[in-house]
Ligand binder design. Structure first.
Ligand code: P6P
Length: 311
């Protein structure tokens, strides 16, 4: 079994960027291990449940949302590599350390799908890493295609991390020694996709082009419908088995649900590195010019031969 540390030693070219990014991967992984321990063996079940406040999106905050946020922020401070963090649970960008050597910006959803915790459905953590472009933070500069590394954890029957770095997608699983060991060193989307994934209760809110597209997917005998309603769980299944995931915008209000900076962009980078495509708001997801740090977008992503840009 190859541990994450072994993998890093074998694959780092010892450039400053490789050393920095692999250190960030390692730090995030340590935070994921801590969260995994809390989820699977909580010291105190009072760590679960609603915290009582709502986040900027009006969503009820789970206690674990804030615990996870603080765990990762602590690791980012310790890394001495992170300048600023954008986080679903923080209203504004958080400056960690503007020291010149701290030259990366992290955008994260620390615990996505946390409303599923109380029904024991898989949840995840999502991260996108950009090199800081200048001393002043200009959001428009941070398009998804400039990510240096993208990563997620899925807390399911086991804890798995997946990251896209150096033009490859690889995965590791948390073993009995609480160490991440290599699962797949080069994930590529299967050529025969198995699933289409969307919340069909929103069907009447979709544009005619989305409705027609999903109607075609339903007729495809090679596809079956699978939808968990937890983004990382749905994404990970489709990355491994092949398929298309949709969370379209509302045909009238134009409102969308998923966040560009710390959900759509990191996952788009991973799926496109694995050979797929990702579209949001009628464009390639990673080409979208960000307008605000918590911007929501539609998301259609999956195997290149079945995913379509429909908005
Ligand atoms: P819908 C969970 O609350 C979440 O943010 C994502 O994890 C998930 O993919 C999405 O919402 C589900 O959205 O439209 O199916 O309710």
């Amino acid at each position: 079994m190859i541990s994450l540390n072994d993998y890093i030693n074998q694959n780092s070219d010892n450039s400053d960027q490789d050393k920095s990014i692999f250190k960030i991967i390692s730090q995030i992984s340590d935070g994921i291990i801590q969260i995994s321990k809390i989820l699977y063996a909580p010291k105190n079940i009072n760590m679960f449940g609603k915290e009582g406040s709502k986040n900027i999106h009006g969503e009820k905050v789970e206690k674990l949302d804030l615990i996870a946020t603080n765990i990762f922020l602590d690791y980012f401070i310790k890394s001495q590599l992170i300048s600023d963090v954008i986080c679903e649970e923080l209203d504004a960008i958080k400056t960690i350390d503007t020291h010149s050597s701290n030259k990366y910006i992290i955008m994260m959803d620390p615990l996505d799908g946390s409303s599923n915790i109380d029904v024991s459905v898989s949840i995840g953590s999502i991260f996108g890493v950009w090199e800081k472009e200048s001393d002043d933070f200009v959001l428009r500069s941070y398009t998804g295609d400039k990510q240096v590394m993208s990563m997620y954890a899925v807390y399911g029957p086991n804890t798995v991390i997946v990251f896209a770095f150096k033009n490859r997608v690889c995965s590791f699983i948390l073993d009995e020694n609480t160490q991440f060991v290599l699962l797949n060193e080069n994930i590529e989307l299967p050529t025969n996709p198995m699933y289409y994934s969307t919340n069909e209760s929103n069907y009447d809110n979709w544009t005619d082009s989305i409705k027609s597209y999903v109607d075609v997917l339903k007729q495809d005998k090679n596809l079956t419908q699978r939808y968990v309603g937890s983004l990382v769980a749905d994404f990970h299944r489709n990355l491994i088995k092949g398929g298309v995931f949709l969370n379209p915008k509302h045909k009238v209000s134009n409102r969308a649900k998923l966040r560009l900076m710390y959900e759509a962009n990191p996952l788009a980078n991973i799926i496109e590195t694995a050979g797929g495509k990702s579209f949001s708001n009628g464009q390639e997801t990673m080409k979208l010019i960000p307008e605000n740090i918590h911007q929501s977008v539609s998301l259609i992503m999956g195997n290149s031969d079945i995913v379509k840009n429909l908005e």
